[in-house]
Every structure is written in structure tokens, then in C-alpha cells.
Design a protein around this ligand. Structure first.
Ligand SMILES: Cc1cc2nc3c(=O)[nH]c(=O)nc-3n(C[C@H](O)[C@H](O)[C@H](O)COP(=O)(O)OP(=O)(O)OC[C@H]3O[C@@H](n4cnc5c(N)ncnc54)[C@H](O)[C@@H]3O)c2cc1C
Length: 458
């Protein structure tokens, strides 16, 4: 019997260093490639109080899918693009089932995704199509679970413990080039042979965009970054609020899997062999381990990452009108905190915000403006070009002190309470924008930020 595979692209929108796609090419006789265009989920839309993803995020996704389509076409393959209908949540599931049935698909290949909806889609497809063989791997990480000296249920609670147990492990940086793929089956047998996706038209936005989506642009950016000496200074510059040379800006391509973290490690190792390693080059790896930590943490927490603890249940409406007003002011960059306003305006204008900016904006929303952190996480989800389920919701929960919440009240006795990360905005402005260059660039206003006495460095 012919083996017919369906490769479900999610946040692994690439051909190079795609071990799962390579595996598919070795197993099946024919292959249909499908992608579900990410849209803002109903859940996040309610929390963010936004109808849809922002223009920059939408454009980046669209460009990434178009680039994948072009790269697949070079390998004489095609891409079926499915779009989630917000009003009919089952439409993608139904489309997938129709493709599987019409083409007699025998094997499903899918990256393990931290997103609840993405996991549900694979699970319900497997339930509906009982004879399907599923092959799922961790295709967006540095490591496989088998590499670790612990199981997922014994994942260390803190990043430091996690890092110490895994940072010495060798990353497989050999690199994998796919030069041919099995042919596609006769797609005219499905009603999805012509992509009905309303891919966003990026013409007007393209000139304003800081980031262009897709594997091709991602690899160009990687080469560009490592052809300069930026990596040798990274640790000193990574907290600067702006500037392509100050932090790597790999995150947008990593988030959609246009570039794999292993590819980045390969480039980093090559850079170190030519220019020498130092604390800065190590720190790039260190930050990739934070990404890794949030990925595995998110998988271990499943949906409780989004809901916090049972003590603090989900409410999509803010608890009071002043929190609603504060949330609206925060989103538009009109709080009385100039550094936060500048960061939020940068986000709204470009789809990007530095790590330092994100920490300050999150701290401000939670601790100064008294808004539930999940509203902020959902708004970031709708706007960031590098939105990643685990890194976004994980960092927000971390700053809110909700990441390692005990699940049951009776477990709290011997456990220390999770730490919150409340930043002193005046002090942080002094440290990272003393001459208000960044604030003025984004016209963040002239109000003086209130002094607080808490966390300054992370
Ligand atoms: C509230 C908040 C929300 C965030 N949301 C996201 C998100 O949706 N997607 C996302 O990729 N990152 C997120 N981050 C992490 C971090 O801010 C971005 O990864 C970073 O700013 C991206 O810029 P860069 O590529 O220049 O990072 P660099 O400083 O150059 O770091 C290199 C890489 O390491 C990883 N990394 C760095 N810091 C972190 C971190 N704290 N957590 C996880 N990974 C990290 C990223 O993949 C990054 O590309 C968030 C942080 C906060 C505080």
C-alpha cells in the first residue's frame, strides 16, 4: 500500500534543518504539505480586546508562508494554506479531515506545539482518523526530551536549575539540507487544492517593515548578524532599547520556525571559531536556553500556563472600569510612564519591542496599572512579530510571579512563594535611557515616572 504523508507546518516554516520534514521524505511515497495560517484565537481576542492580529504580525506571517510556498515549489512541491475561521472554530479540523480522507493519507507529521489550539487540532484529527500513523517531534528546540537527565514531569522549577542540568549537552549542529521531497498526490481530489487563504497584502507595509518574514530573509539576517562583530559585544549591548546591532533580532524567525535554533548555534560556533569565544558569545547561547526553558515549561504546564492558578481564575473582563481604562491607555502608549509609552508605541509601529522594554511594559501593566497580566500577554500575542506561545505567556507569567504557582493549596506549606518581578521605572529609565533619546524618538511624553523600590536587574 502506498504511504501518503501529510506534513502539517506550524511553527516550523522552513526547509533547512527541518529534521521532521526530512523524516517524512524518507518514509512516504507521496506528501501533501499543509499550513494553518495563525490567527488570533477567540480566547486571546477577548483578553486583548482586539479583533485580530496587528498589521506587522499579519504581514510577517503572510510573508513567511509565501516564502515557504516558493521554497517548496523549488522542490516541485506545493502548499495548501488553511485559514481558521474565528466564527466556526471547527473549519480547519473539517478541512484537514477532508484532505486526509480524499487523499487516503496514512501518515501525519507535526511539530509538537505548545499552543493549546494547535495541540487540540492534532489530537482531534487523530481521534477522527483512527488509522492515521502520527509522527510528532520537537522540531523547534535545541534538544529532544530524551537528551535531558529528567522527564517532563520532573522539569526543574527554576531556569537556573534547568540551565545547570542541560547547558553542557551537545547541540546537534550538523545541519540538514533537503534537496528533494516526495511528489504531492493528486490535489484536485480535495476541495482545498486552490488555497483559499486570504493572505495579507503587504505592498504598502513592506517599506515600513523592520522584519521581513520567511526562511530566506531569516537566513540573510543570520549571515548579516554574524558577518559583523556584534556577537562579541552582545552582553554589553543586549539591554539597549533599540538598534539592530544591539541584540540579535533572531526572535521573529525563530518564533515561526523560519530558522531553527540549531542553525543559529551552528553559526554561533562558526563565529566563535573565527573570532574567538567570550562572555558575549556564550550569552547568546544562554538566552537561547531561556527560550528552551519556556518551551519545556509550557509543555509541562499545558493549559494552566494561560489560566494561572485555581486561586486566581480566568476572567476575560477586567475587574473594574479603571483597569479597563488603564489597559486601553497602556495599549496605545498613553500611560504616565514615558519609558513604557515609548516602548508601547514602538511595538504598535513596528511589531517589535526589546526584551528590556517588554519587562518594563509588563511590570507597569501589572504593578502600576493593576491590570491582570493575561490581558497584556494577549495584547502582545496580537502585535509581536516574534510572538511565541511559550516565550510570551511564560515571560508574562514569570514577571507576574504566576509561573511556578502551586497547583493545590495544600502543596504550599513547604514551598516558597513565587517571586514577582516589579521594576522601578524611574531607575530603569536612568539606566537605559538617561538622555531620553529613546523616549523622544517615540514621543513618549514628558511625565515623570513614579519611583518604586523593587527589582532593578533581571
Ligand atoms: C513580557 C515578555 C514577553 C515576551 N514575548 C516573547 C515572544 O512572544 N516571543 C519571543 O521570542 N520572545 C519573547 N520574549 C523574550 C524576549 O523579550 C525576546 O525573545 C527578545 O526580546 C527578542 O529579541 P532578540 O532576538 O534581539 O533577543 P536576543 O537578546 O538577541 O536573544 C537571542 C534569542 O534568545 C531568546 N530569548 C532571549 N530572551 C528571552 C527570554 N526572556 N525568553 C525566551 N527567549 C528569550 C530569543 O529566541 C532571542 O531571539 C518576551 C519577554 C517578555 C519580558
Amino acid at each position: 500500500m502506498k504511504k501518503i504523508g501529510l506534513y502539517l507546518f506550524t511553527n516550523d516554516l522552513r526547509i533547512n534543518d527541518n529534521a521532521l520534514l526530512y523524516q517524512a521524505s524518507q518514509i512516504v511515497d507521496e506528501l501533501v504539505c499543509v499550513v494553518v495560517e495563525p490567527v488570533l484565537s477567540h480566547y486571546s481576542s477577548q483578553f486583548a480586546q482586539e479583533q485580530q492580529n496587528g498589521a506587522h504580525r499579519t504581514a510577517f506571517i503572510s510573508q513567511s508562508i509565501s516564502d515557504l510556498k516558493a521554497n517548496l515549489s523549488d522542490l516541485e512541491q506545493s502548499l495548501v494554506v488553511l485559514r481558521q475561521d474565528q466564527d466556526k472554530s471547527d473549519n480547519v479540523k473539517d478541512s484537514l479531515n477532508e484532505i486526509i480522507s480524499a487523499l487516503n493519507v496514512t501518515h501525519l507529521f507535526a511539530n509538537v506545539h505548545c499552543g493549546y489550539d494547535e495541540q487540540q487540532l492534532v489530537q482531534s484529527t487523530l481521534t477522527d482518523c483512527a488509522n492515521l500513523t502520527a509522527i510528532q517531534t520537537h522540531n523547534s528546540t535545541l534538544f529532544e526530551l530524551d537528551d535531558f537527565p529528567f522527564t517532563l514531569d520532573k522539569l526543574p522549577r527554576s531556569f537556573t536549575k534547568f540551565r545547570k542540568l542541560i547547558e553542557h549537552l551537545a547541540v546537534d549542529t550538523k545541519g540538514l539540507t533537503i534537496t528533494n521531497l516526495p511528489p504531492a498526490p493528486d490535489l484536485t481530489k480535495t476541495s482545498h487544492c486552490h488555497s483559499k487563504a486570504s493572505l495579507f497584502m503587504t505592498g504598502d507595509l513592506a517599506s515600513e517593515q523592520s522584519f521581513k518574514g520567511g526562511e530566506t530573509s531569516g537566513l540573510v539576517h543570520l549571515d548579516h548578524y554574524f558577518s559583523h562583530d556584534y556577537a562579541s559585544r552582545y552582553k554589553q549591548t543586549r539591554n539597549v532599547l533599540d538598534g539592530i546591532e544591539n541584540s540579535t533580532k533572531f526572535s521573529p524567525w525563530l518564533a515561526l520556525g523560519c530558522v531553527s535554533p540549531k542553525t543559529i548555534c551552528r553559526h554561533l560556533t562558526r563565529f566563535e571559531s573565527h573570532h574567538g569565544s567570550n562572555g558575549s558569545t556564550y550569552w547568546i547561547y544562554f538566552e537561547l536556553l531561556w527560550r528552551e526553558y519556556f518551551y519545556w515549561k509550557s509543555l509541562s504546564l499545558t493549559s494552566s500556563l494561560f489560566t494561572g492558578s485555581p486561586i486566581n481564575p480566568v476572567k476575560t473582563e477586567n475587574s473594574n472600569p479603571s483597569a479597563n481604562l488603564n489597559f486601553a491607555k497602556w495599549k496605545s502608549g498613553n500611560t504616565s510612564y514615558p519609558i513604557v509609552d515609548a516602548c508601547m508605541r514602538q511595538l504598535n509601529a513596528t511589531g517589535y519591542m526589546s526584551n528590556r522594554g517588554r519587562q518594563l511594559a509588563a511590570s507597569c501593566l501589572i504593578y502600576e496599572l493593576g491590570v491582570d497580566w493575561r490581558h497584556g500577554a494577549a495584547y502582545f500575542e496580537s502585535q509581536l512579530v516574534d510572538y511565541d506561545v511559550a516565550s510570551n505567556w511564560g515571560n508574562w507569567a514569570y514577571i507576574a510571579g504566576a509561573l511556578n504557582q502551586p497547583v493545590h493549596n495544600n502543596q504550599t506549606k513547604n514551598q516558597s512563594q513565587p517571586k514577582s518581578h516589579h521594576f522601578d521605572l524611574a531607575k530603569q529609565t536612568e539606566m537605559y535611557d538617561p538622555d531620553h533619546v529613546f523616549i523622544n524618538q517615540w514621543s513618549g511624553g514628558n511625565a515623570v515616572s513614579t519611583s518604586l523600590t523593587n527589582q532593578d536587574a533581571l
